[in-house]
Ligand binder design. Structure first.
Ligand SMILES: [Zn+2]
Ligand SMILES: [Zn+2]
Length: 373
């Protein structure tokens, strides 16, 4: 079928909206008419070549939500007409997937970044030429996405569908790091470096977990103010405050947990130094993979547990509905992070994400039946 998709033709180029052809669904695939798609930092890292990605042109976008309009012959999880949120891809067959931890899938990188199905075939074409798709198993900067049934999550009808795509990546990454991975004790302290969509989701989740000291660190005063509204008890300016000294003042011996959501080497080092002896550090931020860290051995000998966390260690089928229920109860107001853009404004949305003007841009597809809150 013909669809409209935002193509990335060259590194660092603007997205261009073009007509391309999408395959018919295979037995385990579904076609989703995209209502909206969040723009995540990873889209920009791939666009700019920070995350190496194979051949261009490519269709990016990996926080899609929409309605199922066709299903393959073996699909049983969803039916035509179901509203769904799309999440990251995992193979479903490796030991990590079989153990129910798809975010640790052995095949996470090829499944999400190779641009093709596991058998090497392309899902997108234009004038008979292959176009890379399958970005995070979805390529949702488009009017339609072809997705394995495994990666769609049925969502309730009574929550605005255009809000829900970011639950599939950025928001579950921040919230899941707290609720699925760090699991802080009620009354404990957590410091969150980077108050973007991931960090602010961690702040909201820390409040749900009962943390009583929640410290947000960022360079944007507006984001720090929002962090306070969403549950941070303290907000530190990364450049103007002596961040480590202030964290020690506030917590006594250092934080129980730290969440690093910037990927900036100096901040990664700071996050490791910010926890008490035996504390926990979760590294989420993605920067240049070959960047050296300004650390010394002594920084790593404090008994702290330092672990990188992918996608918040989430099982999207159970975690996305859980987050929606927190949202319904008013405990997880992630809609406050979202700013809507029309599909034609996708490059403006990317620019606003880069400058910090938008925390979580969400691109709305034309023609999709949407209700902006
Ligand atoms: Zn796997
Ligand atoms: Zn993402």
């Amino acid at each position: 079928m013909d669809i409209q998709a935002a193509l990335l033709r060259e590194p660092k180029a603007a997205f261009s909206i073009e007509t391309v052809q999408l395959d018919a669904p295979r037995p385990d695939e579904v076609v989703v008419e995209i209502v909206a798609c969040g723009l995540c930092h990873t889209d920009l890292s791939v666009r700019d070549g920070v995350i190496p990605f194979p051949a261009l042109p490519n269709v990016l976008g990996h926080e899609g939500s929409g309605v199922v309009i066709a299903v393959g012959s073996a699909v049983s999880k969803v039916a035509v007409g179901d509203p769904v949120a799309l999440s990251f891809a995992s193979c479903g067959a490796c030991p990590a997937c079989e153990a129910g931890t798809p975010a640790r899938c052995d095949n996470f990188l090829p499944a999400n970044f190779m641009g093709r199905r596991a058998d090497g075939s392309c899902t997108h074409h234009q004038h008979g030429q292959d176009i890379n798709g399958c970005f995070f198993g979805q390529s949702s900067f488009a009017s339609h996405a072809l997705v394995r049934e495994r990666h769609v999550v049925k969502v309730p009808h009574d929550v605005p569908l255009e809000l829900l795509g970011p639950l599939g990546c950025g928001i579950q990454t921040g919230a899941g790091t707290i609720l699925n991975h760090l699991k802080p004790q009620p009354g404990s302290s957590v410091v969150v470096f980077g108050a973007g969509a991931v960090g602010l989701s961690a702040v909201m989740a820390a409040r749900i977990a009962g943390c009583t000291t929640i410290i947000a660190v960022d360079v944007h005063p507006a984001r720090l103010a929002l962090a306070r509204e969403l549950g941070a008890t303290h907000a530190l300016h990364a450049r103007e405050d002596d961040v480590l000294a202030r964290i020690k003042d506030i917590t006594g011996a250092g934080a129980d947990c730290a969440v690093e959501a910037t990927g900036v080497p100096e901040v990664v080092a700071q996050s490791i130094r910010s926890v008490r002896r035996g504390g926990q550090v979760a590294l989420l931020g993605v920067g240049r993979m070959d960047a050296p860290l300004p650390l010394v051995l002594g920084d790593l000998l404090s008994g702290a547990v330092i672990q990188s966390v992918v996608e918040g260690d989430s099982v999207p089928d159970s975690f996305i509905p859980q987050l929606i229920e927190f949202y319904r109860q008013g405990r997880f107001p992630f809609d406050r992070l979202i700013q809507f853009y029309d599909f034609a404004q996708i490059n403006e949305a990317a620019h606003d994400a880069e400058t910090g003007r938008a925390i979580k841009p969400v691109i709305c597809m034309p023609g999709a039946n949407r209700r902006r809150p």
